[in-house]
Write a protein that binds this ligand. Structure first.
Ligand code: ATP
Ligand code: MG
Length: 644
């Protein structure tokens, strides 16, 4: 599909020119990234661009000094952008607030002073457990301003999951709110915090943002009201210069494949990387309104709702609430109302919105949109086409961004800000500038074009994680053992995703490496079979796992959610099996299909195939702290037992 034409004409280069630029960018990475680092204001320039002496603990811009909050706020305020909107916020209940750069600057300073008054010092950990309100950004930037390390925990997590994360980070302060609103309901967040804090000895104080008049339980000497704290705060706090590799934050991964990992990110390298990838992916300017639907509790919220846009002095839209509440056209209504130009969401949300039908979208004028984005999972071609045609009106290229909590920012994505390649539905296209990615066979040799294998990153990049909090051994084992050859000084980063490069060099991600099926010696990605199933008109969503089989080694088993108007019946199961056999071949045909109403997903919306696998094989369920809805487990159990 050739849809890049006519887009951002002034930036249009032939694809070859982009390839040449990309080749140069990875030839001398130190030179390349030193040039890019000018996107930030440094208090002191680095002494060394990349220190690899303790590989795989790579360190960028060593000796450089900077402050993240200064880069996100002070420098814009000084440059005459005081009155520009930084955040346009809307809640589920329809309240809206706009914070200019100056207002955000003022709030961050005051809150930074309040944190200092609570005894928070450089290097201390601050846990933020809040709804998606502008104060989350205030809390993050205030923490960064005084050199503290924030760890945002998604507000959908249970007391137990929160306590585990607080203890892992040994946090001194927890910042929260009294209530969270979702789907018209009110949830007492503070109650959850109180429960978590029964087992967290490191916590000295709690700050509570009050959204309602009726106060929640406050513990004398431990809990402080946000506004009361601000009363005694200074109006200006000097931003603390930190060394480039001082941790900016800890963030736990989604837990799709196992126990969440506390990923630690740097200040300098991370900020350079998110700012530059933000520019390259979207070609974003000050006249854009970027709406990223991710919660700030995930890396997508950190990098492209907070640090990327604010470092560049742009305007973001932030929405607190469910995308299909009160009506399924909530996102389209908001795009029309605010004039959103870039809409960025996850395939799980696209599939959900698609189920309601086109009329909800068509009711609205979406002509302000110029780009659409996708993140979190491989996007199945059917959802891609719907997103492109119905939401984007066939005008808006889809920027499918492959990356991870660990990578800090985008790795494989169409660089619309440099040159948009012709898009192929389901492919995240090419590695961005400065990213040396490839696909390897199991033995470590390069895969042939169109041959499936393992995605790898061959050279360090500034957005890379510093490590896993408190667990160096796990860091090395998880990312650097599989393909690296330390004896030869070769370090290859292993993201654990299964992928392919086609004969035009486009990258395709076919799911998690540990979820790849091996059927009679043939390897096939779970995503490939799922994409095929979702193309069937009766199927809304599908998840595929492998089940041990005496003869074939492993066979695919599919869990399917049908479209709203479809009745589950035996003949349909056979039809689906035949359908996959015809589209992908006999190896891919599921041995069995189960109909369910819900699939186990993480709270960020990703299918937890490991839970399906455990249920199907009767094994222990493992870490369920990130599971969104426990009812999905019962649902799958029932289906497996044959009580559909
Ligand atoms: P855990 O590592 O704890 O199992 P997780 O991998 O889901 O959780 P994240 O860092 O949030 O945690 O997600 C990164 C992963 O999401 C990638 O490794 C990849 O599998 C998947 N992913 C993200 N974006 C895309 C995309 N655009 N296309 C395909 N897969 C994607
Ligand atoms: Mg992961």
């Amino acid at each position: 599909m050739q849809i890049g034409e006519g887009f951002l004409k002034e930036r249009y280069l032939p694809l070859e020119a982009f390839r040449e630029e990309h080749r140069k960018s990875i030839e001398n990475i130190e030179e390349f990234w030193a040039e890019q680092a000018k996107v930030l204001d440094w208090f002191k320039t680095w002494e060394k661009v990349l220190d690899d002496s303790k590989a795989p603990f790579f360190r960028w811009f060593v000796g450089g000094q900077l402050n993240a909050s200064y880069n996100a706020l002070d420098r814009h305020v000084k440059a005459g952008k005081r009155n520009r909107a930084a955040i346009i916020w809307e809640s589920e209940r329809g309240e809206t607030r706009t914070l200019t750069y100056y207002e955000l600057y003022r709030e961050v300073n005051r809150f930074a002073s309040a944190l200092k008054n609570l005894g928070v010092e450089k290097g201390d950990r601050v846990v933020i457990y809040m709804p998606l309100v502008p104060e989350v950004v205030v809390a993050m930037l205030a923490s960064a301003r005084i050199g503290a390390i924030h760890s945002v925990v998604f507000s959908g997590f249970s007391a137990e999951a929160l306590a585990t994360r607080i203890n892992d980070a040994r946090a001194k302060v927890v910042i929260t709110a009294d209530y969270l609103y979702r789907r018209g309901k009110k949830l007492n967040l503070k109650e959850i915090v109180d429960k978590a804090l029964l087992e967290t000895p490191s916590v000295e104080s709690v700050v509570v943002l009050g959204r309602e008049e009726n106060g929640v339980n406050m513990v004398e000497g431990r809990d402080y009201d946000w506004n009361e704290l601000l009363d005694g705060a200074e109006r200006y706090v000097e931003p603390v210069p930190v060394e480039s590799n001082h941790p900016l934050f800890i963030l736990y991964t989604s837990g799709t494949t196992g126990k969440p990992k506390g990923i630690v990110h740097s200040t300098g390298g991370y900020l350079v990387y998110v700012a530059k990838t933000m520019e390259w992916a979207w070609g974003i300017t000050e006249s854009d309104l970027f709406w990223n639907t991710a919660d700030v509790g995930w890396i997508t919220g950190h990098s492209y709702l907070v640090y990327g846009p604010l470092t560049l002095g742009l305007t973001v839209m932030m929405y607190e609430g469910a995308l299909n509440y009160p009506k399924p056209d909530r996102p389209w209504e908001l795009i029309e109302k605010h004039g959103v130009t870039i809409f960025y969401t996850a395939p799980t949300a696209i599939r959900m919105l698609m189920r309601y039908g086109d009329e909800w979208v068509k009711k609205h004028d979406l002509s302000s949109l110029r780009l659409l984005g996708s993140v979190g999972e491989p996007i199945n071609p059917r959802a891609w086409k719907w997103y492109y045609e119905v939401v984007g009106g066939g005008r808006c290229p889809i920027i499918d961004t492959w990356w991870q909590t660990e990578t800090g920012g985008y790795m494989i994505y169409p660089s619309a800000g440099i040159q948009l390649p012709p898009l192929k539905p389901g492919s995240a296209t090419f590695p961005g500038l400065g990213v040396d990615a490839d696909v390897l066979k199991a033995d470590g040799s390069p895969a042939e074009p169109n041959e499936r294998g393992y995605l790898v990153i061959n050279k360090p990049w500034p957005g890379m994680l510093l490590g896993i909090w408190g667990d160096d051994e796990r860091y090395i084992r998880t990312y650097w053992k599989r393909f690296s050859r330390p004896d030869e000084g070769i370090w290859i980063y292993y993201p654990a995703d299964y992928a392919m490069k086609d004969d035009e060099g486009y990258f395709w991600i076919f799911g998690r490496a540990d979820e790849v099926l091996n059927v009679s010696g043939h390897r096939i990605g779970t995503a490939e079979i799922e994409h095929a199933l979702v193309l069937h008109p009766a199927v809304a969503e599908a998840a595929v796992i492998g089940r041990p089989d005496e003869i074939k080694g492993e066979v695919p088993v599919a869990f399917v959610i049908l479209k709203e108007n479809c009745v589950p019946r035996e003949s349909l199961k056979k039809e689906l099996i035949d359908y996959v056999r015809e589209t992908l071949g006999p190896i891919a045909a599921p041995a069995e299909v189960f109909f369910v109403n819900k699939l186990p997903k993480t709270r960020s919306g990703k299918i937890m195939r490991r839970v399906l696998k455990a249920l199907a094989s009767g094994k222990g369920l493992g870490d369920l702290s990130t599971l969104e809805d426990e009812a999905s487990v019962e649902e799958v159990k029932k289906a497996l037992e044959g009580f559909e």
